[in-house]
Design a protein around this ligand. Structure first.
Ligand SMILES: Cc1ncc(C[n+]2csc(CCOP(=O)(O)OP(=O)(O)O)c2C)c(N)n1
Ligand SMILES: [Mg+2]
Length: 328
C-alpha cells in the first residue's frame, strides 16, 4: 500500500463497503444469468472494483459520473438506489429508465448518472458538455468520465481532452486500463507507452496510478477532483487494473495468457484491502463480515424486487424515446 495522504478510517471502510457491494452484485448477476433466470449481455467489472469505490468517496451527490456498458461498478459507486438499479438491469418497468435502458444503458439522473454509453469513446465529449454546463452555472459540480484503454484510440477522446484543457472544464477523465479492448491486447492497439502521457500532450496532468491500490487511487482521485472543483481544469487518471474474465460473459478469454490471468486473480484487490484493513486495526474480521452480510441482504432484496416486477407495457414503447411536438 502507498503512503501519504491518508483517507480517514470511515472513508477506508466506505471504499471497502462499495467494492464489496460491487462484487456481490457482479457475482449475483452472473449466477442469475447462468441459471437462465435473466439473459442480458453482461460486461463484468470484476477486478476493477477499487477504482469507482476510491473515486466516488471523493464526490458529492450532485457531481456527475459518466460510464460505459462495463459500468455497474461506477453506478453502484455513485450510489444508485439498488431496487430500481437491479430492475433496470433486468429491463423491468420499475427500473431507473422504466426498463428501456437495459443492462448496457443504466442511467439515473437523480443519482448524478445521466449518461451510460455503449459507443466506445462517446462519453468524453458528453462529459465535457456536462462539465461546461456546471462551469456556466457556477454550480461547483465535478464530472467524472470513465472509459477503457481502447477508448483512448478513438478521435473523440483526443478532441475532448483538447477542449476540456482549453476551457479548463471541471472534469476528471478516468481511464480504467484493464489491458484489453475486446480481444486486443494493449500493446497491439495502442502506440503510447502509457495513457497518462496522452494527458500531458493536451496540457493537463496525466497521472498513472495503481487502480487496485485503494490508497493510491483515493489520493489520485482526491487531487484531481479538488483541482476540477477549484476551477483549475481537467486531469487524466490512468488507473491500471485487470479484467478477471473475457470481454463479456460467455467469452472464454482464450486470447489472454493463462499465467497473466492467474497472476491478476492472485492479486485480487478486494481480499488484499480486507486483510490490510484488519492488519492496520481499522476493522475486525467480524465487523467486515457483518458489512458483507448487510450488502448481501440489501442486494438480495433488490433482486427479489426486480424479479417480481413486470416488464414495461407495450403502450410505453414510444414514450420517453422521441421528443414529441406538443399537440396543443
Ligand atoms: C465506436 C465503437 N467502436 C467499436 C465498438 C465495439 N466495442 C465494444 S467494447 C469495445 C472494446 C473497448 O475496450 P476498452 O475501451 O478498453 O473498454 P473495456 O471493455 O476494456 O472496459 C469495442 C471495440 C463500439 N461499441 N463502439
Ligand atoms: Mg480495456
Amino acid at each position: 500500500m502507498s503512503e501519504t495522504p491518508q483517507p480517514s478510517r470511515a472513508t477506508l471502510l466506505e471504499i471497502y463497503r462499495i467494492a464489496n457491494l460491487i462484487q456481490r452484485a457482479d457475482d449475483r448477476f452472473i449466477e442469475l444469468i447462468k441459471a437462465g433466470q435473466i439473459a442480458p449481455p453482461y460486461y463484468s467489472p470484476r477486478g476493477q472494483e477499487i477504482i469507482p469505490a476510491a473515486v466516488s468517496v471523493n464526490l458529492l451527490p450532485s457531481d456527475y459520473v459518466v460510464t460505459t456498458y462495463r459500468g455497474i461498478h461506477d453506478q453502484l459507486g455513485k450510489g444508485i438506489p439498488l431496487k430500481p438499479f437491479v430492475a433496470e438491469f433486468m429491463g423491468k418497468a420499475s427500473g431507473t429508465c422504466k426498463g428501456k435502458g437495459g443492462p448496457m444503458h443504466i442511467t439515473h439522473v437523480a443519482s448524478g448518472l445521466p449518461v451510460t454509453t455503449g459507443i466506445v469513446g462517446a462519453g468524453l465529449p458528453i462529459a465535457n458538455g456536462l462539465a461546461w454546463s456546471s462551469q456556466l452555472r457556477k454550480s461547483g459540480q465535478v464530472t467524472v468520465c470513465n472509459f477503457g484503454d481502447g477508448a483512448t484510440n478513438i478521435g473523440a477522446f483526443h478532441e475532448a481532452l483538447n477542449l476540456a484543457s482549453v476551457w479548463k472544464l471541471p472534469v476528471v477523465f478516468v481511464c480504467q486500463n484493464n489491458g484489453y479492448a475486446e480481444h486486443t491486447k494493449y500493446e497491439e492497439g495502442t502506440s503510447s507507452r502509457t495513457i497518462a502521457d496522452r494527458g500531458v500532450a493536451y496540457g493537463m496532468p496525466g497521472v498513472e496510478v495503481d487502480g487496485n491500490d485503494a490508497l493510491a487511487m483515493w489520493a489520485a482521485a482526491r487531487t484531481a477532483v479538488d483541482r476540477a472543483r477549484a476551477g483549475e481544469g481537467p486531469t487524466l487518471l490512468e488507473a491500471k487494473t485487470s479484467r478477471f474474465g473475457g470481454h463479456l460473459l460467455g467469452d472464454d478469454s482464450h486470447y489472454i495468457p493463462r499465467d497473466d490471468m492467474a497472476q491478476a486473480m492472485a492479486a485480487d484487490p478486494l481480499p488484499r484491502l480486507r486483510s490490510w484493513l484488519i492488519a492496520q486495526g481499522h476493522a475486525t474480521d467480524g465487523a467486515l463480515s457483518d458489512m458483507e452480510r448487510t450488502n448481501e441482504e440489501v442486494f438480495e432484496e433488490a433482486v427479489r424486487f426486480a424479479l417480481d416486477s413486470p416488464f414495461p407495457d407495450e403502450s410505453e414503447l414510444n414514450k420517453d424515446v422521441y421528443a414529441m411536438e406538443s399537440a396543443a
